[in-house]
Ligand binder design. Structure first.
Ligand code: GCO
Ligand code: MG
Length: 405
């Protein structure tokens, strides 16, 4: 037991990639010993900052940094009403920073502290997208040239708003504003895209697709069955969390591997899917469930049911959060794959120590103690928070009905 305590906590918002990232810094009673965590809920970042500053800092200041489990329980329970993404992200920032500190105190990289490595490199997948089959295939080729082996293919982002689709949508007069898509066209376009990609790139290429909860359950089933012939690594976020039970019917009727969970915020959402083995990969957004502490438990729970992990790894996640989950990727036995995008020069400037792709489809971690990614406050200040464009989230189908998300 150490007697090092939490002396101060600061929250930063920085946007080196024009996406607001929320970073928590814990200063300890030990001079020079600090930890960093990710609390990025980019679409509501000011609410997360407020939750940390007004409620979590007073609750945890002065606590011994050793007691991560109890500190997590205190943060989670102290609002009585709990479980939402704002509060969970706030908790995650502090939780990950405490794990970072624990690693630094032990002089071990986090993966080592968690029990060591189950593998030496982290298998990753990239995103290819474009407004036409040719554009998507060009992007795939450039990833292959860089050495990546697994690629998620979309055409015209989620819901398939590719060339000509928007114009072809027969909206009613006086329609509300929004980001419209036609589910039938989307289904047809995905099948056409994958038919070309498989034929042009052969059977070795690992392929994935994200439905992004854009279809009704029965349309999802229809698409999943048609996708069987393309031998996907997995089909991502086929349904919304509210439609969880329908995974049972997908599981019974299709052989397509299913990955689910980036919108999950609490265990009631993933528990039935895992214990019934209705999904093959769990892909929660770590900060959205409260950080590393619950993710470690979730990973081990999934292991008992042969469900593998594919943690959510989008652009709206700080390099600290991405690297924190990569330590778990190295450690757990039931790791599947990691969603990944290369860090930009600006991100690397603000977050020194970002991990690197080895040119072979794997990302490698350094053996620096803790999470191993630093935070340069001066560089961060060069990239102040930006106004985020929410319009793509006002999603509607042809007749104007809103679709979540
Ligand atoms: C993914 C996701 C993201 C989300 C984004 C929301 O699979 O990477 O679906 O692209 O849309 O994180 O802010
Ligand atoms: Mg997704």
């Amino acid at each position: 037991m150490s007697n090092v305590t939490i002396k101060d906590i600061k929250v930063f918002v920085t946007a080196p990639k024009n996406i607001n990232l929320v970073v928590v810094r814990i200063e300890t009673s030990e001079p020079g010993l600090v930890g960093y965590g990710c609390a990025t809920f980019t679409w509501r970042h000011t609410a997360v900052v407020k939750a940390i500053e007004d409620y979590l800092i007073p609750a945890v200041k002065g606590r011994c940094v050793d007691d991560i489990e109890d500190i997590w329980q205190v943060m989670k329970g102290s609002s009585y009403w709990r479980n939402g993404p704002v509060l969970n992200n706030a908790i995650s920032g502090i939780d990950e920073a405490l794990w970072d500190i624990k690693g630094k105190m032990a002089n071990m990289p986090l993966y080592s502290l968690l029990g060591g490595r189950s593998r030496t490199g982290i298998l990753v997948y990239r995103h290819a997208d474009g407004n036409s089959i040719e554009a998507v295939e060009k992007q795939i080729q450039s990833y292959l040239d860089e050495g990546y082996k697994y690629i998620r293919c979309q055409m015209g982002t989620y819901g398939g708003n590719y060339d000509g689709t928007r114009q072809a949508i027969n909206k009613p007069k006086g329609s509300f504003d929004g980001s419209y898509y036609n589910p039938d066209m989307y289904i047809r376009s995905v099948i056409e895209l994958f038919r070309h990609v498989r034929a042009d790139f052969g059977s070795e290429l690992g392929l994935l697709h994200d439905i992004h909860e854009r279809l009704t359950p029965v349309d999802t089933l229809k698409l999943a069955k048609k996708m069987e012939e393309f031998d996907l690594f997995f089909l991502e976020d086929a349904l919304s969390p509210a439609q969880g039970n329908y995974f049972r019917y997908l599981r019974e009727q299709t052989t397509v591997p299913l990955a689910m969970g980036e919108l999950f915020a609490n265990q009631l959402e993933w528990k039935p899917l895992v214990e019934n083995q209705w999904i093959d990969f769990v892909r929660v957004h770590l900060s959205d469930i409260g950080g590393l502490t619950p993710a470690i438990k979730l990973a081990h729970f999934c292991d008992a049911y042969s469900v593998r992990t594919a943690w959510h790894g989008p652009s709206d996640l700080s390099p600290i959060g991405m690297t924190a989950q990569m330590h778990l990727d190295l450690n757990i036995h039931n790791f599947g794959i990691q969603e990944f995008s290369e860090f930009t020069d600006e991100e690397r400037e603000v977050f020194p120590g970002c991990p690197n792709h080895g040119g072979d489809g794997y990302v490698y971690l350094s053996d620096k103690p803790g999470i191993g990614v630093d935070f340069d406050e001066k560089a961060a200040a060069k990239y102040p928070p930006v106004d985020m464009d929410h319009s793509w989230m006002f999603t509607r189908i042809t007749d104007g009905t809103a679709v979540r998300p």
